[in-house]
Design a protein around this ligand. Sequence first.
Ligand SMILES: [Zn+2]
Length: 119
Amino acid sequence: MPPNEPCPHCGRLIADWHNEWYDAAQRTAIYGGQAAMDCPLCGRAVLWFQSRDITAPPLNASIAVFRRSAMLAAQWAPVREPSCGNLAGYIATHPAGQQYRAYWQPSEVQQADQQVTKP
Ligand SMILES: [Zn+2]
């Protein structure tokens, strides 16, 4: 969430902004406009104020930019996209996931997937 909204910086259509990969406190700050998400493709800050359209922050605004958690994404993947298996599979095979291919280091994804499957 939100799906299929373009990045105001690079103009690419992002299939899924994956707000759910932020923790609860971060999502609250993003909803309130006190913090920004980053574009998975260009890395620039975007606002998702009150779940409206994705926008660029005002010029010269100093705003915290949060990065999505590989750990939360690794917990999300097998539940929401079970056919992909895990986060690595989601990033490798799912069109929405492929936009996050360069977002984390492969080792970071691998570590998060391993932690999720640990008993
Ligand atoms: Zn972008």
